[in-house]
Design a protein around this ligand. Structure first.
Ligand SMILES: [Zn+2]
Length: 124
């Protein structure tokens, strides 16, 4: 368990933030799923990443890069993805270091709601 601030950037303790989703609760919005998936990469929760991946695009297995360390997430834009939506797009920028060298990932992730639960589909 991580007692400190959640790596997703919201500033809450991990257990009260993305930790609750990693333990099984469903994030109520696409942005919160986006944040929880980022946090899952940080804490190495592959089961959560696969569980929240849409079944049509989910990889059979997922390997986390051991040499890649995530340094921070910024949500840049969002479309839909709210409590009353069924689709959403979240644009984000994530910083990392790989083998000690800094890098940036900038993408727009697509999400859909399946049986009331947000799922990650692919990059828009
Ligand atoms: Zn969080």
């Amino acid at each position: 368990m991580i007692a400190e601030k959640c790596p997703c950037g919201l500033g809450e303790p991990y257990d009260d933030c993305c930790g609750q989703y990693h333990r099984g609760a469903e994030p109520p919005s696409a942005e919160l799923l986006m944040r929880a998936r980022y946090a899952a990469y940080v804490v190495g929760d592959r089961a959560f990443l696969l569980r929240t991946w849409h079944e049509k695009t989910r990889p059979r297995a997922l390997t986390l890069e051991a040499n890649q360390a995530w340094q921070g997430l910024a949500i840049l834009d969002r479309q839909g993805g709210g409590i009353f939506d069924t689709e959403g797009v979240v644009e984000f920028r994530a910083r990392y270091t790989a083998d000690g060298r800094p890098g940036t990932m900038h993408d727009r992730s697509r999400f859909v709601k399946v049986d009331g639960a947000w799922r990650y589909v692919d990059e828009a």
